[in-house]
Design a protein around this ligand. Structure first.
Ligand SMILES: Cc1cc2nc3c(=O)[nH]c(=O)nc-3n(C[C@H](O)[C@H](O)[C@H](O)COP(=O)(O)OP(=O)(O)OC[C@H]3O[C@@H](n4cnc5c(N)ncnc54)[C@H](O)[C@@H]3O)c2cc1C
Length: 448
């Protein structure tokens, strides 16, 4: 077996039928280092069947902003070329996957459909709809996590401390090198012309956030970014990753979010560099594997994952006890969006997010905690934080964003701290703390 059997599970009781194997690509939009594609290729090879890759893009899906669709489409164009090099066609279908995938599978007479794992609401609903409508076998492969989410733990983990030992125990088994994607015969492309990729503006007419020009999408740009990080900055990561002016972080999250780079590839690269940057490699692997995969664990096991109701009991209680505390400042969503608060530091963070499609990880925490402090309620703060993050961040609409906002606003995966106004026992951050960590004025000057 090419792919570890614990990465793979059936989503329908149906046996595989005759006919092509279709890989329904969703979250892992790359040709290389993709366990779902490798599994589909293996099934096709064993059955002597064609292999097709389908991508269904729903421009009306919640959070489908123009800048994210632009990044996705340009990355997918490169993926299509990589697939064609292996004589594997990519088909682009526009529309709600629940509506467009089943007719496609019927039209090509597919016997098996392989889909990559995604724990978010829209993806879970779409997979359930396809499972109900498709007569062949629907098989899911976790190609996004180093340790498959549904295998790593059978329950929602309380904190990173409870999740870490489970992951570390399984790393030797799952952090393995990737095999190459096999090439198919040229006949596998028959009847499938190259995709005429539409421009993002033609797909998303609501133009929620304009495209970001200075972050190159695609697998090649992702691989270069990884090589530069591991070669030049991994050493600095351990000490300087919380300084937004230091340029010490990897900046890889848009590529992981868009599936243009496998986190497992980045983990292998960091491990290989461990001898020259031991502390940096360890710190990076903790964020990349334990912290990132904890976010998938949370969303997968928490049906109301983006709501106040999903917070730990201690946090709900303490925030409720402080619901009527006087807010020294209380802003409407439009004030936050326009970076029109009284705080030059907060406004600079919002401008970084809106202008560049990125926000440094340390500033993200400060940014979201101040939204809690300056909003009418924690429920409103969660909604505003998620809406702004998902609209403007290139890596938005991701389990990491859900957890980041709920960690900041509602103590998710955290512990109670000293009691104070508005926050109750949720961990507090302020500008004075930022000034102790980095040159706040230099940061403000960059995003004036
Ligand atoms: C309010 C808030 C919102 C966030 N929204 C998002 C989001 O929409 N998408 C997103 O990918 N991340 C989000 N994060 C998590 C984290 O801030 C980003 O992953 C990180 O800043 C991305 O930059 P980087 O790739 O340079 O990270 P690096 O520091 O280089 O880390 C490498 C990788 O590890 C993972 N990682 C790092 N920090 C975290 C973390 N705290 N939790 C989970 N995984 C982590 C990411 O995949 C990241 O790309 C959010 C955090 C907060 C507090």
């Amino acid at each position: 077996m090419l792919v570890h059997p614990s990465r793979v599970r059936s989503l329908s009781p149906n046996a595989p039928g005759q006919g092509p194997v279709v890989y329904w690509m969703r979250r892992d939009q790359r040709a290389a280092d993709n366990w779902a594609l490798l599994h589909a290729a293996e099934l096709a090879r064993r059955a002597g069947a064609p292999l097709l890759v389908l991508f269904a893009l729903d421009p009306t899906a919640p959070g489908a902003s123009a800048r994210q669709i632009d990044f996705l489409l340009r990355g997918l164009a490169e993926t299509e070329m990589d697939l064609r090099d292996h004589n594997i066609p990519l088909i682009l279908a526009l529309g709600d996957p629940a509506a467009v995938v089943p007719p496609f599978l019927r039209q090509v007479g597919a016997g098996t459909c392989v889909v990559d794992f995604d724990p978010q609401h829209v993806a879970l609903r779409a997979a359930a709809a396809v499972a109900a409508a498709f007569a062949g076998a629907l098989v899911e492969v976790d190609a996004h996590n180093v340790v498959p989410c549904f295998f790593a733990s059978p329950r929602r983990e309380y904190t990173a401390a409870t999740f870490r030992p489970k992951i570390h125990k399984l790393l030797a088994e799952f952090l393995e090198p990737f095999p190459d994607l096999p090439a198919f015969s040229a006949a596998n492309l028959d009847g499938f012309a190259p995709v005429a990729f539409p421009a993002a503006a033609a797909v998303n007419t609501e133009t929620l956030g304009w495209p970001v020009a200075d972050v190159l999408p695609g697998a090649t740009a992702a691989t270069r970014t990884l090589a530069a990080f591991v070669g030049e900055r991994l050493n600095a990561y351990a000490e300087h990753r919380n300084d937004p002016n230091a340029g010490a972080v990897s900046t890889l999250s848009p590529y992981f979010h868009g599936g243009q780079l496998a986190p497992q590839r980045a983990a292998l690269a960091a491990l290989a560099a461990k001898s020259h940057a031991p502390a940096g490699a360890d710190a990076f692997l903790e964020e990349l594997i334990v912290r990132r995969e904890l976010c998938d664990n949370y969303c997968y096991y928490t049906p109301d994952y983006d709501q106040f109701s999903a917070l730990p009991d201690w946090a709900k209680k303490t925030l409720a006890a402080h619901a009527d505390d006087t807010r020294p400042y209380c802003y409407a969503p439009a004030d936050f969006e326009a970076a029109a608060t009284h705080s030059a530091l907060w406004n600079a963070a919002q401008r970084q997010l809106v202008r560049t499609g990125r926000l440094h990880g340390y500033m993200r925490m400060y940014w979201a905690k101040k939204i809690l402090e300056w909003s009418a309620s924690p429920q409103a703060a969660i909604a505003i934080g998620l809406e702004q993050n998902d609209r403007y961040a290139l890596d938005g609409n991701d389990p990491n964003g859900v957890v980041g906002v709920l960690w900041s606003v509602g103590g998710l995966h955290d512990r109670p701290w000293a009691n104070r106004a508005i926050f109750g026992q949720v961990r507090y951050m302020n500008e004075r703390g930022c000034r102790r960590k980095f040159d706040v004025d230099a940061y403000i000057a960059r995003y004036r």
